[in-house]
Unconditional design. Structure first.
Length: 527
């Protein structure tokens, strides 16, 4: 491999590293990285020496800033899109940029692209320097940038900040309920991804003195996406492995083209498609445990919390005159209630009476009325929601993550300090729910009861003083329901306000301090 080829490979690796943050860590199927590379490459060529005459560094910085803004806008516009819809939106961006490059030949040079003097000179008049950016200089600069990006990815992946993205990737609705700003995280990720893609495109353009539409085509976007998938999920070395495979594609495509007597570009596309299908078929983890955790369930212990418990009897949440309607059907009609520290407040009633709707209203989804919360409120979903790639204690750590500060602080901290910061909160939540035995376990292999308790532990780890539990006993055995009674009573005795939606009247009778009955969206009785 020549020096120029090595430099090209390193610039490509930088783009793949940025894409790995979006695809592997945040679970965003971005198929438009080539578009951001195009903005960086063509932007630098148009604005820099030989174009508008801007100093090279300023032209490069402006192009990266423009691409980062485009990434932010894409995330802003696609904030409600998931999965295939987001993939199609970013794929459309790749094609839109490609068509624009071919549609304005007077500006972009059409298929021939733009050429600029190479090797480029980095002129710094203030310091009196004129540096020649030789291929060796590109290798050094690109290698340093890749090292910085991969190191940041590795450090981020070992810290609590990655738990935010794990929740965003695996269960965005759950993440939002735990207080993680899902849309903001996605905007940040796509902005960083776009910036690194643009920097890669700019670096490659400066290296070669040439940028063409084929260098940043939609096929390049697809190849980079496949490369990241090949590298594995949420591993810093994934982009390295993926790019190594990607570099072998041209030779393989050439051999296939000669064998099948077809165009090289077409055979390259076929190979990428085959790789994509193969990777997607193998996405289910092969190393998942095949047996349940061997330890016996523990007894629930005292509740630990990073916040002071509420004074027993103090009103932590007051709702008045709540009203909700869905397509003209009234779900809540003037409902009010109070949740007090140290109490389990049961909410009962027939199916369709508005119980789950009331829980959603208490966390802000209301048409009319008022909710005054004097403490943090967290709701557990009616169905068990587990993040398949996280162990049981990591699931709880997602909740504990809300105490751990800003992501940038964790990039500067040591891995041990980042782990130590969450450990006491996670341990306290597991102890409070009697789940010490599930540490390190695959949550999908836990019993239904342990999965339901795991959701409560995750909510406890947030430090919320008001817990809204939607049918936590669903699917539990008699023994597991007995454990749940102890957990609920322990949470209330620890100063939390617990609102329990439950059909098990025996459980309600055993743990509830107050009971509110709903019927047809109205409070029928409260005691």
């Amino acid at each position: 491999m020549s020096t120029i080829e090595l430099a090209q490979a390193l610039w490509l690796l930088l783009s793949a590293t940025g894409l790995a943050l979006a695809v592997s860590y945040a679970g965003l199927p971005v198929l438009g990285q080539g578009a951001f590379m195009a903005i960086g490459g063509f932007g630098t060529a148009l604005l820099g020496p030989g174009g508008q005459g801007w100093p090279l560094l300023i032209a490069c910085a402006a192009s990266v800033l423009l691409a980062a803004s485009a990434g932010y806008l894409v995330a802003l516009g696609g904030s409600r899109l998931e999965g295939a819809h987001l993939a199609l939106a970013t794929w459309a961006l790749a094609w839109l940029v490609d068509r624009a490059l071919h549609g304005w030949p007077a500006i972009t040079g059409a298929a021939e692209g733009l050429s600029r003097p190479a090797p480029a000179h980095l002129v710094t008049k203030t310091l009196g320097l004129d540096l020649v950016l030789t291929p060796l200089a590109h290798v050094v600069v690109a290698a340093l940038l890749c090292l910085l990006a991969l190191s940041a990815l590795a450090r981020f992946g070992r810290g609590p900040g990655a738990l935010d993205l794990a929740a965003v990737r695996e269960a965005p609705v759950l993440a939002a309920s735990l207080g993680i700003p899902v849309a903001a995280r996605r905007r940040l990720v796509l902005t960083v991804t776009a910036a690194l893609g643009a920097l890669s495109g700019a670096g490659s353009t400066i290296l070669l003195g040439l940028v063409t539409p084929s260098d940043v085509s939609p096929l390049v976007s697809l190849e980079l996406f496949v490369a990241v998938l090949l590298g594995g999920t949420a591993k810093w070395w994934g982009p390295v492995v993926g790019v190594a495979v990607l570099l072998a594609l041209p030779e393989l495509a050439g051999g296939l083209a000669r064998l099948a007597d077809v165009d090289v570009e077409r055979s390259r596309g076929v190979l990428v498609a085959v790789l994509l299908l193969g990777v997607l078929a193998a996405r289910d983890p092969l190393g998942r445990r095949l047996s349940r955790a061997g330890k016996a369930p523990g007894e629930p212990g005292p509740v630990g919390s990073p916040h002071e418990p509420g004074t027993k009897g103090a009103v932590l949440l007051r709702a008045t005159d709540l009203r909700m309607a869905y397509q003209g059907v009234v779900a809540l009609d003037g409902v009010g209630l109070e949740l007090r520290a140290g109490e389990v407040h049961a909410l009962v009633g027939p199916n369709g009476s508005g119980k789950s709707t009331l829980l959603k209203a208490l966390v802000g989804e209301i048409d009319a009325g008022q909710v005054a919360a004097h403490a943090r409120v967290v709701m557990t979903p009616q169905q068990s929601v587990l993040m398949r790639e996280l162990t049981a204690d990591q699931q709880v750590a997602v909740g504990a993550r809300t105490h751990s500060g800003k992501p940038i602080r964790h990039l500067l901290a040591t891995p041990r300090s980042r782990v130590d910061e969450l450990t006491p909160v996670v341990s306290a939540a597991l102890e409070a729910t009697g789940l010490e035995h599930v540490r390190g376990a695959d949550p999908s292999l836990l019993t239904v009861g342990d999965q339901r308790l795991l959701q409560i532990a995750r909510a406890v780890a947030t430090g919320a003083q008001v817990l809204l539990l939607d049918e936590p006993a669903a699917g539990m055995s008699v023994t597991e329901r007995a454990r749940l009674r102890v957990v609920l009573r322990g949470l209330a005795d620890g100063g939390k306000a617990v609102l329990l939606v439950e059909h098990d009247q025996a459980l309600v009778a055993a743990v509830a301090d107050r009971v509110t009955r709903l019927d047809n969206g109205r409070v029928e009785d409260s005691e």
